[in-house]
Design a protein around this ligand. Sequence first.
Ligand code: FNR
Ligand code: LAC
Length: 363
Amino acid sequence: MGAEDRLPVNVAEYEARARARMDPASFDYYAGGAGDERTLSENVLAWRRWNLRPRVLAGVGAVSTATDVLGSRLAFPVIVAPTALHRLACDDGECATARACSAVGTVHVVSTVASRTLEDIAASADGPRWLQLYVPREREHTRALIRRAEACGVSAFVLTVDTPRLGRRERDLRNDFQLPAGVEPVHFPPLDPAAGDPALGHFARYANLNLDPALDWSIVAWLRAETRLPLVLKGVLTAEDARLAAEHGVDAVVVSNHGGRQLDGVVPTAVALPEVVAAASDRMAVLVDGGIRRGVDVLVALALGATAVMVGRPVLWGLAADGEQGARRVLELLRDEIEHAMALSGKRSIAEIGLDLVQPARV
Ligand code: FNR
Ligand code: LAC
């Protein structure tokens, strides 16, 4: 049996398969980060700077990975992060992702930069489903998107706060990354080809025109007045901002550096997580994403105080390798790795995972 015939056995093998199957510029858009890609690689390494402290004879005949986040039931504590343009990976795009999430029992966070409409996504699979928001200058646009999302059964909104403008991704500049024919951010207004900074590639120009760099904390009150659904802020890396988020009454934050795609050199999320948890986890849920590739990374995140994690690229690799089935299998691999690591470290439920499970690696 050749390597191409058997199913990948981990996320890294899905990445290799995605690389072999995708158009190189689209792969680079998914895989790449800002600047020297320091934060991109440090995100992955930082989870591995923790070791587990397993307990024995803990009666792990039955292990449950289930948990709840903001009223949504998760079969395991991994949420699909909002990522743009799933049709770069497979034709069904976000509709395939929605079916994969529904099959495994987790939340799909749909990006504002989706390449399938919210209505088509909602028709493809039952939720739970949240919508990530980028807020352009014309607030009417966001108001209309919120109404559409509510009509589609979305159960929370995720405001991304680390992107007043797009990060400088050198792979995309080098490739002059263009959207392939037929793949579009369907929730953005159509691009005027003459608008925006001509020094940037087509996609970056398009994205920047749909971001409001002047956003400040007053947007939280504006969103609160627009919707009664839970509000999550994604992209918080400091205790200061976590406290402000709690004071503004948000329901959760995601400790995130956008997968290393925004400001290169910012702190890896595994390092930022403890200070955010200390500042605010008594007042709101704390989620985390960035560089999570293994079930044991998820155990470390939960031990450090996260309620659940999000994964971005792993799901894109699954989609690119094998469409809906690939995305589903990536999520199942993570679920099985979490269950296995819980059994071998003596944890029967998510609630039993605490700070005593980890210690800094000293090798
Ligand atoms: C993203 N991310 C992102 N975040 C967001 O809020 N809105 C978006 O549209 C996108 N788009 C996007 C596209 C691609 C190709 C990637 C890789 C990422 C960031 C994403 O939600 C998440 O924070 C990171 O992907 C987490 O890091 P990992 O799991 O990819 O390492
Ligand atoms: C990205 C944007 C769209 O990371 O969030 O490419």
